[in-house]
Design a protein around this ligand. Sequence first.
Ligand code: ZN
Length: 208
Amino acid sequence: MKTNFLKSRWILYVVFVLTSALLILILYPSSKEIRVKEVEDGDTVILNNGERVRYIGIDTPEKGEPFFSEATEAKRKMLEGEKITLEYDVERRDDWGRILAYVWVGNILINAELIEKGWALVYTYPPNLKYRKYFCSLQTQARKAKVGIWSLPVSEKEKYYLGNKRSFRFHRPDCKSALQMTERNKIVFKTREEALDSCYSPCRDCKP
Ligand SMILES: [Zn+2]
């Protein structure tokens, strides 16, 4: 009698655990599923849960700049309506409350794809540098192939450029940010190509 009672309790317990596991399996992925609702101008996407995500490590052309519409269109095609996975770096959010992330669609890393196609340039903010080297190798290929933004004629040349070892930006010598740089952080590049080869990103103000 007692063993039967224990047995039935045991069966009930097993049924309970299995049902719970099944429910978790059914409910969990859908609650975790994130989709892109809208691709905004610039480097932000809006998700189906209302959150805004800023891609890490890249900068795409802004409104009024060459290849803005092509880059925006490419992002829409790759992302709008798609189910995505977010991968984080050191910082989870920026000062505007946006999520900072590497955006995956299946096994495609969108941040990398945009660099590879020449729709974005490498633009890292320390400490979020997980894929910096990888992104730069893709950018080198895109520069060689002269795709997208790399097909544009180079802007007016300087005798030298000044890089900032802390921010990985490089400037024209007379840029305000270059003049404010401490000697310790300063690095001189003879050409724009040398700065890009060293994985430094052009300053947004002086646009070297
Ligand atoms: Zn500058």
